[in-house]
Ligand binder design. Structure first.
Ligand SMILES: [Zn+2]
Ligand SMILES: [Zn+2]
Length: 325
């Protein structure tokens, strides 16, 4: 199974400001310390090997969109599997069109966590939705998913109406507690604490490999015994993608009840569930690359300090990351 992150930012798309790019260049020049490079390839190798991620790259600024690639099993129809339709969907759509031109099935199974704008805003820019040969099934725990997608393309908000889209688009409501064979995976849902409810998804492939997409979910540190349903859901999973929008200090001081969680709570839950890898996700839009990198390092340190059994590998999702399970 492969997991590709096309959008990892929470709430609002963001872009790097020129001052942030300049600061990265300045930090790289200081790190190079007068060294000479024969060509840009050699300089790029130096950047890869020597500079930290916040200097040589960026976590990106597109909102939630994650692709799950799996093969095999009786229901495998060769479809793309996509979690959420945030602004990262635009780039996924272009990439998918190229893969379709090379022979990939023009089928898409979409799984919506919920209907907040940052999770659906990419759909009007999703090129495959204009492909008359494409079939798109939008799965959701919400029966009102179609209403939300149609409403954001009403004339008052957008120039292209939903009815102008040429793909065969259908909606299907899923229920927590059921197991659905869809495409190359079996899918399960869990209802999460969030405004208008959100749903986490567990995808298990034919080999038993498992990835969980659990964003926009508020876990309360003072009610952790009430979180046992999530511990069960996350049990021994290979990869858990978790809403870790805030640092713990932010989440329990000014941002309590905002519907999101911290890195610390996600690590506690994954430890208890004996999950193997955690991806920090839905990054706060006001956090710089340096802020997110600092939170990632603190998360790794916290995981080491609180570990009681097997280690949990804590990674930090960024736009463009592919994880192999
Ligand atoms: Zn969100
Ligand atoms: Zn939300």
């Amino acid at each position: 199974m492969k997991v590709r992150f096309w959008g990892t930012r929470g709430s609002l798309p963001v872009a790097q400001k020129s001052s942030a790019v300049r600061d990265k260049i300045a930090a790289a020049l200081v790190a190079a310390d007068g060294r000479r490079f024969a060509d840009t390839a050699e300089a790029a190798r130096f950047a890869d090997d020597t500079l930290d991620f916040a200097t040589n790259g960026t976590y990106g600024g597109a909102t939630s969109c994650v692709e799950i690639e799996a093969v095999g099993g009786p229901s495998d129809d060769g479809a793309f599997i996509v979690c959420d339709l945030g602004s990262g969907l635009r780039e996924f759509g272009l990439n998918a069109m190229a893969r379709c031109a090379a022979g990939h099935a023009r089928l898409y199974h979409v799984f919506l966590s919920h209907l907040h704008w940052d999770h659906i805003m990419g759909f009007p820019f999703f090129v495959p939705a204009f492909d008359p040969g494409a079939k798109i099934v939008i799965h959701s725990g919400h029966p009102d998913a179609e209403t939300a997608l149609r409403r954001q393309q009403e004339e008052i908000s957008f120039p292209v109406a939903f009815d102008w889209l040429r793909a065969d688009i259908s909606f299907r409501t899923l229920e927590p507690g059921q197991r659905y064979p869809i495409g190359a995976v079996t899918v399960e849902l869990i209802a999460q604490h969030h405004s208008h409810v959100s749903y986490g998804y567990k995808f298990t492939d034919a080999d038993g490999k498992c990835a969980i997409y659990s964003t926009d979910s508020e876990h309360k540190i003072d009610r952790m015994d009430g979180e046992s349903a999530f511990v069960d859901f996350f049990t021994e999973c290979d990869l858990v993608i978790c809403d870790t929008m805030y640092s713990l200090a932010d989440s329990i001081s000014m941002k309590e009840d905002w519907g999101h969680s911290s890195n610390v709570i996600a690590i506690d839950l994954c430890h208890e569930a004996r999950a193997k890898r955690l991806a920090l996700f839905h990054h706060e839009p006001t956090y710089s690359d340096a802020d997110i990198q600092r939170m990632h390092r603190e998360s790794i340190r916290y995981e080491e300090l609180t570990r009681e059994a097997a280690p949990l590998d804590v990674i930090c999702a960024y736009d463009g990351l592919t994880v192999e399970i």
